[in-house]
Ligand binder design. Sequence first.
Ligand code: ADP
Ligand code: MG
Length: 274
Amino acid sequence: MSLVLAVYGKGGIGKSTTSANISAALALKGAKVLQIGCDPKHDSTFPITGKLQKTVIEALEEVDFHHEELTAEDVIETGFAGIDGLEAGGPPAGSGCGGYVVGESVTLLQELGLYDKYDVILFDVLGDVVCGGFSAPLNYADYAIIIATNDFDSIFAANRLCMAIQQKSVRYKVKLAGIVANRVDYTTGGGTNMLDQFAEKVGTRLLAKVPYHELIRKSRFAGKTLFAMEDTPGKDECLVPYNEIAETLMQENTPASIPEPIGDREIFEIVGGW
Ligand code: ADP
Ligand code: MG
């Protein structure tokens, strides 16, 4: 069976950038990886394949929504370090339901028998709304990973994700492996103080701290992972957290927990006081 990871976080927080670099770190350590973008933005695999690949919803449209006519080749592109990419895609803006598309993609993977074919399957999922189809990857995941930054809004989203994970853990095996602190700005002195306190409060930990770095920002638009960027000052330091996360996930007993989230009203008081 594949090790299934579900990466969640608020919109624009760096889920896809982080996901692609975790996939790359895992693949370069020898794992066969499938990364699945579950966001109508459909650019999760762009750093891996260097293109905006055909989405599941587009492929389904071509066969009049007859699932059984689709093969893995219709929806999977292979890119950097042999990583396979798949994008769920989204319905036309203003109509349809993005979550439905994600649910359809998760089902399609099962129909194609792909859950057994990879060492690692990483879902990169929109995390502002953890409802309907957007929560479906949690039904399959061994570990959820939350991407957050050191501010109230992303901690609020992280707390909602903890609620979803706690809820799902009643029926499914999913646990939270931890929080990746992204875009850590060491120049302002804030570092990760709020995230550290939040992690302790809900019973999880910081998996790694990824700095804010121009090279990471640029890699995203160059259609590359950081690993594939040319060697420039700072690159090696920025690769460290991604490699650390990969090593943690590949070990026999990855530390993980069922989080105990803060109440939706309580969080304003608690986090506001930090
Ligand atoms: P999401 O998938 O959560 O919507 P993205 O991965 O697309 O977010 O990232 C949003 C933006 O943030 C992109 O422009 C990306 O280049 C930038 N970004 C993400 N992580 C970092 C980082 N550690 N340092 C600098 N820029 C980053
Ligand atoms: Mg994204």
